[in-house]
Design a protein around this ligand. Structure first.
Ligand code: SF4
Ligand code: SF4
Length: 223
């Protein structure tokens, strides 16, 4: 098993753990506001105007406003923490960008107003072959293959000079300035944001788990 594969497996295991923990946390917040006279659980059907129905409405409001706001604020804190780290210029992310979309699909998306696709196409061009991409980050390509991730397209930026400098640094688009914009992004060991990723990963997984759980509760509470 490669180091990268271990990293990904470790991330999956952590997600399972934080998911279970987050379910318990959320359920205890729901139980805290459960009226004493209600028998049944939050997914049961209760008569109109009953304590059970009012409880469900309160829980839905808590999920939609309080908890969603907490999740958003926590994400902002994680992003704010990113300013304490910086790019060390290893150039891996300029030399290898992956997308689930082909150049034609990206063009189509850009023409339909997708800002990310527009920015992406303003810098990246496709590699001639996967083998060319493999020379840049062999571990990453091997990991995709092990996981049968076959629908991935590989790109690189022609603005990168031979000495790994950006030849249009002042005008580089926002996607270059923001990379990596999520601690769950797979980063090369050389990246200056690895420490930020390490510090924020568990919290980010927990926030992702909370979003998933909140959506589940919102769809299942019969109001
Ligand atoms: S524009 Fe500059 S920073 Fe952005 S990918 Fe190209 S070389 Fe890298
Ligand atoms: S992988 Fe990280 S350190 Fe390397 S160029 Fe990209 S942002 Fe900078």
């Amino acid at each position: 098993m490669s180091n990268l594969d271990k990293v990904l497996q470790n991330q999956r295991e952590k997600y399972r753990e934080v998911f279970q923990y987050s379910v318990e946390q959320l359920q205890s917040r729901i139980d805290e506001i459960k009226p004493a006279d209600v028998i049944g659980d939050i997914f049961d059907k209760f008569p109109e105007n009953s304590s059970g129905k009012i409880w469900q409405e309160k829980v839905l409001a808590m999920l939609k406003y309080d908890i969603s706001k907490d999740i958003y604020m926590k994400f902002q804190e994680i992003l704010a923490e990113r300013v304490n780290y910086s790019c060390v210029g290893c150039a891996t992310c300029c030399n290898l960008a992956c997308s689930e979309f082909s150049p034609e699909e990206l063009k189509h998306r850009a023409e339909n107003g997708d800002n990310f696709a527009t920015q992406f196409l303003s810098v990246f061009i496709p590699y001639n072959s996967k083998e060319d991409a493999r020379k840049i980050y062999p571990e990453y390509i091997a990991l995709l293959e092990q996981n049968n991730e076959n629908d991935v397209y590989f790109y690189h930026c022609p603005k990168l000079t031979e000495d790994k400098r950006c030849s249009d640094y002042e005008n580089r688009p926002q996607i270059c300035r923001d990379f990596p914009d999520n601690p769950l992004t797979i980063l090369p060991k050389s990246c200056g944001f690895c420490e930020w990723k390490e510090k924020s990963e568990v919290m980010t997984l927990m926030l992702h788990a909370m979003i998933e759980i909140v959506e589940y509760y919102k769809s299942k509470i019969p109001v």
